[in-house]
Design a protein. Structure first.
Ligand SMILES: Cc1ncc(COP(=O)(O)O)c(C=O)c1O
Length: 373
C-alpha cells in the first residue's frame, strides 16, 4: 500500500512560504563543536548490493546513523548543537568578546552555563540530544514527556543528566507545557519544529543535521558515484529538508529526491497540497518517530523547493523493511528504515517508477536514521 505525489512546486517552492529560512547547509560549526565535545567521525556509508538486487535496482547505499555519537540516532547532531550555539552566544554576551567551542569546555565556562535551562518536548531521540548537549556544556535541561512515554525512556533521559517533567496525555500537550514553562520561567525552548515566530533554533538544528548529507556526498564522490535517487523519511521534515538541501548543494538537480511519510501522518504531503502548513489527523503509526501531525514550517518551505516527490508508506511495509535491514546486519526500527521502505513502495508502484525514472539502472541512497529501541 502506498500513495505517490509529484511535487508541482519543485524549484520554486510555495508562494505562501516563499522565504528560504534554511539557506545553505554549512556543517563547519557543528563539526567544530563535535570535535571538542564528542567526535566528528563520519557515520558509515554501507554499500548493499544484495539488498539492491532484491529490490530491483543497480545499487543501494545506506548511511548508517544508528551509532551516531553513541546516542543511537542522527538526532544527536541537532538538539545538542542548538544548545551549544545558544550557550556560546550567552557566554559571548557575558564576556563582551568572541568565545570558541574549546573555551566552552573549560570548567569555568561550564560553571557559568549552569544558570541556563534548556527545555523541549520529546517522544525520543530529540530529548536525548538536548539533554546530552546541556550536560556537555554544564547547563541544565528539562525534558517534557507525555504520560504515554514509557518510564524506561524517562530513566534514560535522567541518565543523560535531564530532569523529566510529565505533562499531558500526548506529545502535543507535553509540547504546550514546555512552551508555557519556557515563557514563564525564562528557560530556552529547543524545538525541532518551527512556526512563524520560532525559526532560529530549528534552523540551527537542521544545520546540525547537515553533517549527514555532507558526509554522504563526500563518500560517494570519492567513489565517483552520484546516486540517481534518494529516499528520505520525514516526521516534521527537518531531517529530510536538511539532507535534501545538502545533497542539492553537492549534486544539483541530478538525484530525484523523494520524501517518505507514514500513511497515518502525511503532514508534509497534505500541507504541500494545501499550499501552507496544516494539521492532519490519524492513528498512531508504528513508525512512531515519524508520527507528526503538523510539519515544520522551515522544512516545508525548503522541501517544496528541493524535493521531487513524496510517497506514503504503511506500517506493514515499514515493519517488514526494518526486519529485512536487521537481517542485513543493520538493526533499526520502522521509522529508521522508512526511507528504504519508501524505495520498496515506489518500486512496486508503476506510476511512481515511471514518474521518477526508477528501475534496474537506478542507484539509490537512503538513511537509516536510528538503531533499535
Ligand atoms: C529515527 C528518526 N528518523 C526520522 C525522524 C524524522 O525527523 P524529522 O522530524 O526532522 O522529520 C525522526 C524524528 O524524530 C527520528 O527520530
Amino acid at each position: 500500500m502506498s500513495e505517490f505525489l509529484l511535487n508541482a512546486h519543485r524549484g520554486e517552492g510555495l508562494a505562501e512560504l516563499s522565504e528560504d529560512w534554511l539557506g545553505s547547509i554549512d556543517p563547519a560549526g557543528t563539526l567544530a563543536f563535535l570535535r571538542i565535545f564528542a567526535s566528528d567521525a563520519s557515520s558509515p556509508l554501507r554499500s548493499e548490493p544484495d539488498l539492491a538486487a532484491e529490490m530491483g535496482v543497480a545499487g543501494l547505499w545506506l548511511k548508517d546513523e544508528t551509532g551516531r555519537l553513541d546516542l543511537g540516532s542522527f538526532k544527536a547532531l541537532g538538539g545538542a548543537y542548538a544548545v551549544a550555539v545558544h550557550v556560546k552566544a550567552a557566554q559571548e554576551q557575558r564576556l563582551g568578546r568572541p568565545v570558541d567551542f574549546a573555551e566552552l569546555a573549560t570548567e569555568e565556562m561550564k560553571a557559568h552555563a549552569g544558570d541556563l535551562i534548556f527545555a523541549c518536548a520529546s517522544a525520543g531521540n530529540h530529548g536525548i540530544s538536548v539533554a546530552t548537549g546541556a550536560r556537555w556544556l554544564g547547563a541544565r535541561s528539562v525534558i517534557y514527556l507525555a504520560q504515554s512515554v514509557p518510564e524506561d525512556f524517562a530513566e534514560r533521559l535522567r541518565g543523560c543528566g535531564a530532569d523529566v517533567a510529565r505533562v499531558g496525555a500526548v506529545y502535543e500537550e507535553a509540547m504546550a507545557g514546555a512552551e508555557r514553562d519556557c515563557r514563564e520561567k525564562g528557560w530556552v525552548l529547543i524545538s525541532d519544529s518551527s512556526w512563524p515566530d520560532y525559526v532560529e533554533v530549528p534552523r540551527t538544528i537542521m544545520q546540525g543535521y547537515g553533517v549527514m548529507p555532507t558526509e554522504a556526498a563526500g563518500a560517494l564522490d570519492d567513489q565517483g558515484i552520484c546516486p540517481s535517487h534518494v529516499f528520505l523519511q520525514a516526521g516534521v521534515g527537518g531531517m529530510a529538508a536538511s539532507v535534501a538541501r545538502g545533497l542539492r548543494q553537492a549534486w544539483g538537480a541530478a538525484p530525484k529526491i523523494t520524501v517518505v511519510e507514514p500513511y497515518a501522518a502525511p503532514c508534509l504531503v497534505e500541507s504541500l497540497r494545501a499550499g501552507r502548513v496544516i494539521q492532519v489527523s490519524g492513528p498512531v503509526p508504528t513508525q512512531g518517530r515519524l508520527d507528526c501531525k503538523e510539519p515544520s514550517m522551515v522544512a516545508l518551505a525548503a522541501l517544496a523547493r528541493d524535493a521531487d516527490a513524496f510517497i506514503l508508506v504503511g506500517d506493514r511495509q515499514a515493519g517488514a523493511t526494518a526486519e529485512r535491514l536487521g537481517r542485513a546486519g543493520l538493526p533499526t526500527t520502522p521509522s529508521g528504515g522508512a526511507g528504504v521502505a519508501g524505495l520498496q513502495a515506489a518500486m512496486s508502484d508503476p506510476a511512481a517508477r515511471e514518474a521518477l525514472g526508477l528501475g534496474a539502472d537506478s542507484t539509490v541512497l537512503c538513511f537509516v536514521s536510528e538503531g533499535p529501541e
